[in-house]
Design a binder for this molecule. Structure first.
Ligand code: SF4
Length: 72
């Protein structure tokens, strides 16, 4: 089964929270030294259903900070 790995570009993220609103199962806002940042609770996805939910978060991110790539 395909696996997917999520990465977030911290420099691009503006902490808007759209990812957490779209996919609360796996996204949250975390306070960091650089302000609030979107973070996945789990960075490796093991099935298509999780991929689709997280893809919705990726698609809604206004600054394209989220990437989901096939993991090896
Ligand atoms: S939607 Fe994008 S910019 Fe907004 S908190 Fe999530 S990762 Fe950051």
């Amino acid at each position: 089964m395909a696996k997917y790995k999520i990465t977030v570009d911290n420099n691009a993220c503006i902490g808007c929270g759209a990812c957490a609103s779209e996919c609360p199962d796996n996204w949250e806002l975390k306070e960091t030294d650089e302000g609030f940042k979107g973070r996945p609770k789990v960075a490796v996805l093991g099935n298509e259903e999780d991929y689709e939910k997280n893809k919705a978060a990726m698609d809604i991110c206004p600054v394209q900070a989220i990437k989901i790539a096939k993991a090896k």
